[in-house]
Design a protein around this ligand. Sequence first.
Ligand code: UD1
Length: 338
Amino acid sequence: MKILVTGGLGFIGSHTVVELQNEGFEVVIIDDLSNSSENVLDGIEAITGKRPIFEKMDLREKSKVQDFFKKHHDLEGVIHFAASKAVGESVEKPLLYYENNLGVLVYLLQELSKMDKANFIFSSSCTVYGQADSLPITEDAPVKPAESPYGNTKQIGEEIIRDTCHVNSQLSAIALRYFNPIGAHPSVEIGELPIGVPQNLVPFITQTAVGLREQLSVFGDDYPTEDGTCIRDYIHVVDVAKAHVVALQRLLGQKNDSNFEVFNLGTGKGSSVLEVIHSFERVSGEKLNYKIVDRRPGDVIQAYADTTNANNVLGWKAASTLDDSMKSAWDWEQKVRN
Ligand code: UD1
């Protein structure tokens, strides 16, 4: 069965390609290499023994998208990761984000709408919940006004898919709302490779420990949480990747309850920034240089998933602990820098 993975050379995309190939799917990757590298193909091949088909393409070129679907008329599913994901950049360049994240989504859905049967998995984010009123966060928690154009693209993206599914019964889609994916494949053949200064906590921690960054800034310790730092649901990227295969199989087996479904992907457990640092120090044996600074604008206090639907309806559960994730992130960082 042939599956298109857009953004398949990126962080979550590449781990998902590995899990798909491990399950016997034939994978075609489209990636524009804007935040990834062709070397990732070597890593995927080293783990799975198989090199996926790769087409370098900017999906904003609509005619190329159309040509691609004509050439690959036998696609059984599309997993769509290709998107821009830097919150701060999205504030500076909103139209880039709307074009990359929503224009491209429309082009893909237009092609899928032409097919007799189409299955689509969408990368969404817990950012759609903003600061939820109650925790853990269930899928029916209200979507809050977006804090950034990036967050807005995830909300609008879900709406675009919902509306398209509403009028296209041959199209089935699942939006997966990721909490905080971290870590790397245990083989350390693939992992996260942020370009420039990392914005996310875990790559900043490992880059600091390896000597690339001077010091980690912890954004605020005066939040109303036990140790005063923000709480997130950090989930191992391999668990996230596996959830995509389970979601795809749900659609292929027509086990979905409606033709547009939404699931949270988290562990269900919240960890504070300081707990993440302590986990890192435990598994690495390194002392991390960090200081407490002011809060970062736009940060929510706490977000962690209610995983009941993911566990009982989707039939998937995160297996790794925070320590597992931090250990793999550290192993990967050391390998990359050496
Ligand atoms: C962020 C985005 C989220 C997006 C995700 C994509 C915001 C508000 N949210 O999630 O919408 O889906 O990235 O990757 O930008 N922290 C530090 N020091 C650092 C970096 C982070 O203390 O140098 C803290 C943050 O304040 C936060 C936690 O670590 O409490 C996690 O931050 P981060 O990794 O950036 O993820 P989110 O902000 O949860």
